[in-house]
Design a protein around this ligand. Structure first.
Ligand code: NAD
Length: 228
């Protein structure tokens, strides 16, 4: 069975109402990234950082998967599909995809602030100050901040190396190490890029650019692939 690997970024969830940050001048929902998405921010102002992610979680819970998420889930009818996502939302899972690797964590879980491997489901939308992990540290959102290790990166690189067909959707490829993953895909493998603003990629070989929004470009490509 053909092995399809899809790398998704914030752009695939844009039409579900979740804002990307490259599209808003480097601000994420009005905040400087350094003020909310770094270990230093958490150290200096944990209440503000917790509040920021609580609000993001609320928006994620209110959002619904869109036609692009559903189309990728439908690909499983005919292919072995792995989605590697940079997104912290759970819209791929809610659309029905069964094999999703979250490179940057998932906002619907909480995480120990001293041992990142300790993660927990969250009851509702909020992590409260004072809620602690089993080791006694404050719980925070289960997301990878700038400057933190990306524990899933080696797994993701191996997945990309095994692709027979690769699709990139809605990522500016500005955030490393995720942006380097396309470099692990074999040279001869077709690499589709779906984005209204195609990012520049430093790969040779078979790159097919589809300059469309995710809800148009992804279902169209999936229809073709299901026809084959
Ligand atoms: P990015 O914000 O850097 O880039 C977004 C990309 O999506 C751009 O290339 C843009 O042209 C494209 N795009 C915009 N609208 C689109 C649409 N309708 N269809 C298809 N593409 C569209 O996003 P990134 O490369 O994923 O990197 C940002 C980081 O921000 C990620 O690591 C992620 O963890 C985090 N983030 C996540 C979410 C989320 O989980 N939904 C939202 C914002 C940011």
């Amino acid at each position: 069975m053909k092995n399809i690997v899809i790398l998704t970024g914030a752009g695939i969830s844009a039409e579900s109402g979740l804002r990307t940050f490259r599209d808003s001048d480097g601000l994420w929902e009005g905040y400087n990234i350094e003020d909310v998405a770094t270990p230093e921010a958490w150290e200096h102002n944990p209440v503000m950082v917790q509040q920021f992610y609580n609000e993001r979680r609320k928006s994620v819970l209110e959002a619904k998967p869109n036609a692009a998420h559903y189309a990728l889930a439908a690909l499983e009818e005919k292919y072995k599909v792995t989605i590697v996502t940079q997104n912290i939302d759970d819209l791929h899972e809610r659309a029905g995809s069964t094999n999703v690797v979250h490179l940057h964590g998932i906002i619907t879980r909480s995480q120990s602030s001293i041992k990142p491997e300790l993660t927990y489901p969250i009851d509702g939308w909020e992590i409260k100050m004072g809620e602690k992990c089993e080791l006694g540290s404050q719980l925070r959102a289960h997301v990878v901040w700038f400057g933190e290790a990306v524990p899933m990166i080696e797994t993701a690189a191996a997945i990309c190396a095994g692709a027979d067909l690769f699709i990139l959707v809605g990522s500016s490829l500005a955030v490393y190490p995720a942006a380097g993953l396309i470099g692990y895909v074999d040279r001869g493998v077709p690499k589709y890029i779906i984005d209204p603003n195609i990012p520049s990629v430093n790969v040779r070989g078979n790159v097919i650019k589809i300059q469309e929004k995710a809800t148009i470009g992804v279902p169209a490509l999936v229809n073709e692939l299901l026809k084959d």
